[in-house]
Design a protein around this ligand. Sequence first.
Ligand SMILES: [Zn+2]
Length: 275
Amino acid sequence: MIRSGGMVEPPSLEPFVDRYRRLFVLTGAGCSVNSGIPDYRDADGAWKRSPPVTFQAFMAQEATRRRYWARSLLGWRRIGGAKPNAAHRALARLEAAGKSEILLTQNVDRLHQAAGSAAVIDLHGRLDHVRCMGCDDVSPRPALQERLERLNPDWLTLNSVVAPDGDADLDEVDFSTFAVPACRRCGGVLKPDVVFFGENVPRPRVEAAMRHVDDADAMLIVGSSLMVYSGFRFAEAAARAGKPIAAVNLGRTRADALLALKVEAPCDEALAFLL
Ligand SMILES: [Zn+2]
């Protein structure tokens, strides 16, 4: 494995991208950092802040849903207004050049699509949609934002820190007065249409992505430590199939032992040759 370290200039990704015809591209939070959406994990892959809410807690406890939506009310104003950066644009160019078999993203911010990528699978769902857990109705997140703001005008003045999933840090706040809207059709529990921790990625989505591993001749990981198995399994599958894997990531990744090339640099710098 070629690896950069210390003061040494990171190796270029360009020869790897030139060498292979169709790349399976897998992206993570590191891609969106320059769009103002912070990363969950530090260079060692450890949590920078408390882990996000689990699916089980969200579904079981009204108090958890109150806390989630109160944070999301504040976080959405930042996430919803985020714009794609040079890393997203570079990967859209890769697709336009016919070199991208698929772009599988662990991000829920839709910034790859905003940059012009079309062949994208949102592995962990999309934050701009809300799903009813009762009737499965899908509605736009901005419409729910209006309902949340109308029901909870006093909450809009709170200061907060925003996480990658649009969740905001609100310590020592009493959430018991926060009003959570229910589904307009059936009164059911509304949940952002993203895969929570403790929840499985829908099987058809995983299978669709796996088929692209077969059709690609190499894999490119951009801005992910792959600490979550839902993403790591694609690196495992590529390695099993003998496909070379390159990664752009600041710090350790769970796939380090599987890599043919590692570029420890910010995503936009490592991909700048594509622009
Ligand atoms: Zn419903």
